[in-house]
Design a protein around this ligand. Sequence first.
Ligand SMILES: Cc1ncc(COP(=O)(O)O)c(C=O)c1O
Length: 397
Amino acid sequence: MKPSSRSNTIEYAIRDVMVPASKLEKKGIVLTKLNIGDPNKFDFKTPQHMLDAVCDSTERFDMGYTPSEGFPEFRQAILDYEKSKNDIQATMDDVLVTNGVSEAINMIFAASLDEGDKLLLPDPSYSTYNSLAKFYSASPVEYTTIEEEDWVCDVDSIRKNIDEKTKCLVLINPNNPTGSLIPKNVVQEMVDICGEHDLFLISDEIYDRLTFDGKFYSPVTYSKDVPIVLMNGFSKLYLVPGWRVGYMCFHDPEGKMSGIEESVKKMARLRLSPNAPCQKACYAALKGPQDHIKDLIGKLHERRDFAYRRINEIDGLETRRPEGAFYIFPKITHKGWTNDKKFVLDVLENCHVLFVHGSGFSSDKGKMHFRSVFLPPVETMEDAFSRVESYLRSVKG
Ligand SMILES: Cc1ncc(COP(=O)(O)O)c(C=O)c1O
C-alpha cells in the first residue's frame, strides 16, 4: 500500500540523522550527540517544585481530559506571565495551551493556510516550519538572513519576496539554528511590513529568555493593529521537553484574525485536550521559584563562549557568535567537502560525534554549515571538538 503523497513531504533533519547514528550505536559505539536541543540530556535538572507538582497532580487523580483550550487558571497565569514581559493585548480567551510549540505551529498552519498560500520563513530556520507548510500544500518562501551580521533578518529580502499570495511572516527570535538575536529596529520593521501588506506575524519566542549579551524584543510591543500569534513553551526554559507543554496567544487588537483564531480553537477541540498533569505542573512553574533560570543561563553563557572560541580554532571551520538559544551554526570552509550532509555523516563515522547538516534547515544559506548544540559541559565539548579537529587535519583539503 502506498503512503499518502502528502506524507512524502515530511522531513525533520534533526532526528533524521539519528537513523545512521543508531546503526553505529547498535554496534556498541558510544556517540557524543550534539544534534538535539534537549537540555535534560545533559546536566540540567527540572526544578524540584515542578516534579512535586506533577506527582501531586497524578496522586490526586487529575487524570481526565481538560478543557480543549487548557485549564482556565493556567491560561490566566500564562497571560499574566506574557504581560509581565511584553505589551501583549489579549484576554484569557486568546490564550490556548498546546502540546508543545510544535502543536501550536501545526494548528496555526492548519487553520490559516490554503493550497498555494505563501508564508515567509527565515533562511535558515527550524525545520518544522518548512516541512509542515509543505504538508498543508502551502509554499514556504525563505527570506535571507545575513551571516556576516550575525544572521540578522534581511528586511529587503522580506519585502522583495512578498506578493499577493503571501499570508504571513515568521520570526523565530532567537533563531534556531543560528542563535541570532534580532535587534529592536529590525523587529519593528518586520511589524511595519506586516501592517503594510496585511499579513499576520508568527512570533516563535521559545528561546526569548535564553539570551547572553543582547536584549530580546517581542514584536507585540510594537504592534498597534498588526495581528501576531505569539508562541512559547516550557520545553527549554523550564527544562521539560518531554512534557509537551506550550501555548499560543493571539495579539490581535482589531480582531483581524478572529476567524483564524476560531478555527484554531476548532482544531483544539478536535484533538480533545492538552496533557492534564503537566499543565498543573507548568502552572506551578510559573507561580513558583524561578532560581533555576539564572543557573541555566550562566552555564549556557560559559558553554557558548567555549564553543565559539574552540570551533573558530579549528582549521576548516568558522563561526559567528550566537546571542541566544543553545545552538551554534559553523561554516565548513575545509576544502575536503562540498556537501554539508556528507560532512556530518563523515564526522559521525570517523569521530563518533553527531551534528545536524545545515541544509536540513535551509535550501540556500544553510548549505556548507552544520548545527551543534552547546548544551554539554565544556569537557564533553572539548573532547568532541578535538576529535573533529584531528579528523579535519587528517583529511586533505
Ligand atoms: C524554534 C523552535 N520552535 C519550536 C520548537 C518546538 O518546541 P516544543 O518542544 O515546545 O514543541 C523548537 C524545538 O526545538 C524550536 O527550536
